[in-house]
Design a binder for this molecule. Structure first.
Ligand code: ADP
Ligand code: MG
Length: 243
């Protein structure tokens, strides 16, 4: 089976000469469909840099990435934008919501970029928000939403176009225990229901239980890669969540 993402010897440095920083060094990784991979490591270990390369928003200094069998470096910028838009959903650290737009407008914005039909965008955005329990917050501005609600809007936005790949950078940072559970539950749910491949970059050891696989990084290198059968009755937990 073709991996959804295949990275070979990826490296990325920033700066030049004496100030050069090797953020990621020769990382090779294959990620399959419906796999929830947790990328763990201390702050500064290269998680965000690796995630950005896997999401095709940052060019590697060297190495290769294939997404759904396509060699990313061989794509024109237009084809790359299309692949990214149609295939990859990104939940950035710190939500990245536009403060002047309401919850549904923040979600719908993506559909506009992707040139979805306006009628479809609206109904799909509202459907996504309802699905994650924000049906009563559709017209709220980010300032009037809690941290957990903002993170859910960011998820709805990332999932608007039913991506095959969902990348989330520190999605549980600044969330309390309930919201943390809810957010990792939503990620797990995307895997179970839509066979999405999910990569979560995190240094939060408390959310490991939803992972199928845990990859560890230190100083830009992979130091460990092991299967992790999600423990506990996750299905039951998800079923309890308020849709
Ligand atoms: P993590 O997400 O694990 O905290 P990062 O990928 O953000 O790690 O950073 C890895 C290393 O690369 C760090 O030393 C960081 O300072 C450096 N780095 C990341 N992005 C940049 C950048 N845009 N310019 C310079 N250095 C960077
Ligand atoms: Mg980071």
């Amino acid at each position: 089976m073709t991996p959804v993402i295949e990275a070979h010897d990826l490296s990325r440095s920033f700066g030049k000469g004496t100030t050069e920083v090797l953020a990621v060094t020769q990382v090779s990784l294959r990620i399959g469909a419906g796999e929830l991979l947790m990328l763990m490591g201390p702050s500064g270990s290269g998680k965000t840099t690796l995630l950005a390369m896997l999401g095709c928003i940052l060019k590697p200094s060297s190495g290769r990435i294939r997404v759904l069998g396509k060699e990313v470096s061989a794509l024109s910028s237009r084809a790359l934008a299309r692949l990214r838009g149609e295939t990859i959903g990104f939940v950035f650290q710190g939500f990245n919501l536009l403060s002047a737009l309401t919850a549904w407008e923040n979600v719908a914005l993506v559909g506009d970029f992707l040139k979805m039909r306006p009628g479809n965008i609206r109904s799909r955005a509202v459907e996504m928000l309802k699905k994650i329990g924000l049906g009563h917050r559709i017209h709220h501005l980010p300032a009037d939403l809690s941290a957990g609600e903002k993170q859910r809007v960011a998820f709805a936005r990332a999932l608007l176009n039913s991506p095959r790949i969902l990348l989330a950078d520190e999605p549980t940072a600044n969330l309390d225990a309930d919201n943390r559970d809810m957010v990792v539950g939503l990620l797990r749910q995307a895997v179970e229901e839509q066979n999405v491949s999910v990569i979560i970059a995190t240094h939060d050891e408390r959310i490991q239980r939803v992972a199928d696989r845990i990859v560890r990084m230190e100083d830009g290198q992979l130091t460990d890669d092991r299967k992790h059968p999600p423990s506990g009755p996750i299905g039951a937990r998800i079923a309890q969540m308020d849709p």
